[in-house]
Design a protein around this ligand. Structure first.
Ligand code: NAD
Length: 377
């Protein structure tokens, strides 16, 4: 079988879906690997590194003979035309609201897998792209904040006087938020954090940060069976806003990461709150692509709102592409391994496998994922 590692066509996507390590791994399945020339350059992987690992360097035309295409982003209409019917395409597919594109992949006879739909079960932990990428985004958010902040983060006692430690407040203590807390602590900031899930309280405390939250009856029931947050009631949101308003006024850096599956990101920071912050404070909105947690945050810009720098970088994992690609590539190859018969050295797709069921969007010419099959509704 032939596996094709594509060069991303989106100029805003510096990540790549394969690494020298994963090329070796795929070769060990008895498969051939073709890497599109230059695919890894933005992630600091030269073609020669892939070649050394056993890949052949090819062009976009080589996609046509591939049995498996590995990508970061969903293929464009033009790219789909370059794939052969029956090929597997594995990527971050961003399926919500993109049903037409999914139908297009089905029509082209592709078996498309959306990595972000991987269930969060123990078996699939090493294939969890949301976690691997959110972890790096949480780290990068602190680096970006430090870059925008015109002061030092750690307390520094010098002969010339003392620089106070920065106060960092992390809103949403999931994968990204917990890494942001850990990173800010390593840089010497005074860190506090909030979340609506009670399980977050202990995790925040174990990282040495102060937990701030409205801990009422609703809070005690705010975690879904899947471990995600629920959308909170208007009453809870009002109580939370009052508590946050008071706390935020004293912060130098705020990093927001709050998401609710299938819903727009909750609005947590208002313009009034920004106004209460000191001039030159920095707010990083990691949820900006999902509607934003911060009023006035704009996707792709650093905006000045009420004297506060409001940062809305897009594709934050892409800002640390070399690391993000290594982890993403590893997630992909671990999943691919579950689709392979090692004895027979070929693909052996089991549509009943729970990982396949959860992630397969299209197969055999139709959309197979119930959540994205508009026709069956
Ligand atoms: P996420 O990206 O969906 O959301 C980020 C955080 O925002 C979450 O902690 C959420 O509770 C929080 N949030 C939502 N609404 C909020 C509000 N109004 N105010 C404050 N915070 C709010 O979450 P995630 O990072 O994907 O993690 C979700 C859960 O899944 C966590 O418990 C995490 O530990 C767990 N997880 C489990 C596995 C696994 O078992 N394999 C893997 C990854 C994550």
């Amino acid at each position: 079988e032939i596996v094709f590692i594509a060069k991303e066509s989106d100029p805003n996507e510096p990540r790549v879906a394969g690494s020298p390590e994963t090329v070796k791994k795929i070769r060990s399945f008895g498969f051939e690997v073709v890497v599109e020339a230059g695919a890894g350059l933005s992630s600091r992987i030269p073609d020669a590194e892939y070649e050394k690992a056993g890949a052949r360097i090819g062009t976009a035309k080589d996609a046509k003979s591939a049995d498996v295409v590995l990508k970061v982003r969903r293929p464009t209409v033009a790219e789909i035309k370059g794939y052969k019917a029956g090929a597997l395409v594995i990527a971050i597919m961003d399926p919500h609201g993109n049903e037409e594109a999914i139908a297009g992949m089905a029509k082209a006879g592709l078996t498309a897998f959306a990595m972000e739909l991987m269930p969060r079960i123990t078996r699939a932990q090493s294939m969890d792209v949301l976690s691997s990428q959110a972890n790096l985004a949480g780290y990068q958010a602190v680096i970006d904040a430090a870059h925008e902040y015109d002061r030092a983060l750690p307390m520094m006692m010098t002969a010339a006087g003392t620089v106070p430690a920065a106060k960092v407040f992390v809103m949403g203590a999931g994968v990204a938020g917990l890494q942001a807390i850990a990173t800010a602590r390593r840089l010497g900031a005074m860190v506090s954090a909030t979340d609506v899930r009670p399980a977050a309280k202990e995790q925040v405390a174990s990282l040495g940060a102060k937990f701030i939250a409205v801990e009422d009856e609703e809070f005690k029931a705010a975690e879904t069976a899947g471990g995600y947050a629920k959308e909170m009631s208007k009453e809870y949101q009002a109580k939370q806003a009052a508590l946050v308003a008071e706390h935020i006024a004293k912060q130098d850096i705020v990093i927001t990461t709050a998401l609710i599956p299938g819903r727009p990101a909750p609005r947590l920071v208002t313009r009034e709150m920004l106004k209460s912050m000191k001039p030159g404070s920095v707010v990083i909105d990691l949820a900006v692509e999902r509607g934003g947690n911060v009023e006035g945050a704009e996707a792709g810009t650093v905006a000045e709102v009420e004297g506060v720098k409001v940062v809305g970088h897009l594709n934050v994992p892409g800002r640390i592409a070399a690391s993000a690609s290594l982890l993403y590539a590893k997630n992909l190859v671990t999943f691919l391994e579950t689709l392979v018969s090692k004895e027979e050295k070929r693909l052996a797709l089991n549509m009943e496998d729970e990982l396949v069921k959860a992630t397969a969007l299209s197969h055999g010419g139709t959309v197979v994922h119930p959540a994205f099959d508009g026709a069956k509704e």
